[in-house]
Design a binder for this molecule. Sequence first.
Ligand code: SAH
Ligand code: SF4
Length: 361
Amino acid sequence: MDFKAQTGLLGLTKDELRALCKELKLPAFKGDILFGWLQQGVVDYNAMTNLSRKDREQLAALYPLSLPQVIKEQVSKDGTTAKLLLDYGADNYDNPQRVQIELVIMLYNRRESRSRHTLCISTQAGCAMGCAFCATGLSGLHRNLTAGEIVAQVLTGKLWLNRHGLGEVTNLVYMGMGEPFANYQQVMQSLRIINHPDGLNLGQRRVTVSTCGLVPEIKRFADEAAEFGLAISLHAPNDELRSRLMPINRRYGLADLMAACDYYTAKTNRRISYEYALLQGVNDGKEQAQALAELLGGKLAHVNLIPVNFVEETGFLPSPAETLNEFAAILNSRGIETTVREKRGSDIDGACGQLRRNHNR
Ligand code: SAH
Ligand code: SF4
C-alpha cells in the first residue's frame, strides 16, 4: 500500500495521551510533552528531543505518525484565499478510493489590526445531505473523517501559514466539505483538542461550526457547556422551498429547527449566524426577505447573505448585486443584522459549496 496518513495520536486529548503513556509504563508527564509537540505540527519523533531515544523508538514503532500530503496548492488572484488539496491516502485494498479533501485558508491582512487567518475545515470526505446548490454533495459521502484527521488538517494549515511567514491560525470555521453534525463525536473531539490551552489554544469564540440543520445534534451541541459558535445554513424562509433545496428539511422542518436554535441561544447566550445563499429567481424575492425577517425577528441572529457560488451541475445563478442589496436592506430595516459576505476565492473554486473530492472532472 502506498501513502496513508497516520493521524491516530493527533486525535487524542492531552489527558488521553497521559493515560496512554501510563499504559506504556511511561510517566504521565511524557503525555504532556507529546501533546505539546503534536499540537505544534511536529510529527517526526526524532525531533522530540526532550523525550529519550528509547521512548521515541517505542512510540514510533507503536504509533506511526504523518500528516496528509498537500498534492495541490492554489492561491486566488487577489491573494486573499488559498486552497490546498490534501490526500490522506486510501484506507485499504478493499476500499482503494483515496480520501481527499480541500482545505481553504482565508487570509485577512488588515493594516490597522493584526492579521487574521481563518481555516475552513472539512469534516467528511463528501457529504450525504444532497443540498441542491452544493458541489460537495454531488457525489455523495465517501466517509467521515476521524478527529485525528480533522486535527491534522488544522495543523497542515498552520504549517502552511508558518512556512509562508504569515503567522498563526487565528480562527476556524467548520464549513468545508461535509456535515459536521453527521460526524458529531469526532468533530467534538477535534474541537476539544484544538481548544486546549497547551496546544493550538484556539478559543471557543474563534471557532464556528456550520450545520444544515440536524436538530438533535444542535441541542446536544448546546448542552456541551461550551461557547463554540454555531452557523445554520438556512437558505429559505419557508418549509416548502427549504425542503426543495435541502432534503434535511423534510426530516426536521423549520419549526423544529428554530426551536433548537432558540435552545442553543438560551443555553449559550450566543448569537447564531444564518447563512443564506441568494439563488436568482428562487429565494431572492422581496416577499422572501419579509418572510425571513418574520422568521428571525426577535432572535439573537445575524444573517450572512452570500451570492450563490457557481456550481456547473446545479444550474443555479447568483442574484444580481441590486437584488442582493435590496434583500439586505429589507432585513436591516426590520432590525435583523445582515451582512453581505464578500466573495473570495471563487476563481479557484474555493468558495462555499464549491469544494469537491473528485478532481478528475
Ligand atoms: N454542511 C455544513 C457545512 C459545510 S457547507 C452546512 O451545510 O452548513 C458550508 C456553507 O456553504 C453552508 O452554509 C452551505 O449552505 C454553503 N453553500 C453550499 N453550496 C453553496 C454555493 N453553491 N454557494 C454558496 N454557498 C454554498
Ligand atoms: Fe452537505 Fe453542507 Fe453541501 Fe448541504 S451545503 S450538501 S450539508 S456540505
